[in-house]
Design a protein around this ligand. Sequence first.
Ligand code: PLP
Length: 248
Amino acid sequence: MTDSPATVRPQRRAELEAGLARVRSRIARACAAAGRDDSEVTMIAVTKTHPAGDVLALAGLGVTDVGENRDQEASAKAAEVAAAGALPRWHFVGQLQRNKARSVVRYADVVHSVDSVRLARALDSASAAGRDRPLDVLLQVSIDGDAARGGALPDSADPGVGLAPLAEAVAGAEALRLTGLMAVAPLGWEPERAFARLAEVAAAFRAVHPGAVALSAGMSGDLEIAIRYGATHVRVGSALLGMRPTLR
Ligand SMILES: *Cc1c(COP(=O)(O)O)cnc(C)c1O
């Protein structure tokens, strides 16, 4: 038992339990301040760089949603966690290359970072071939309009970079389900300004795609502000699991 790579020391378990209590109470307070019910906000534990044992410990503490940003690491970890008998919902939150689509659709239930029609098409055919139900997709939005840093542009109708043509492609894809939008506050922007802008984009988006209500925004440093501006999913790494060994 102690030799299993997927076990976690009591001290680590206690750390995770404390981190989880802190993050849950931050979310609860932010929801209360915003007049929202905390059942409206799903916490995704972003476990990148941390071992499968941490995922299992978090699952044992009631965490249902886990996020990863690299396919190679995530696919191995998801297999190890499944072998140990836990089945959290896996969210892929990082930049994704098309040649990884076939791998990602095997373990991920949700992909948050779809920002091009080409990637959407790759995920659609991978999902059709490799899954028995559609893949949930969030479209990553660029808040500062710099498409080079990832994210579709809300104000562009260009099929290469625009949000509207991307949404049409995903909505029309048989093996994908358009569930909402995702964004990261751009470096150098006040989160307040970034998430206010995102809320406007999301409102306009929902007028066209009323079923796509998920809004994935907010991380360890800015989750309260994201919740104030309507986030339904917060992606929390370091506040929950501690510092990562390398910057990503
Ligand atoms: C790593 C990561 C997070 C979590 O970041 P923290 O600041 O550690 O909470 C959230 N979203 C994405 C896309 C990430 O890559």
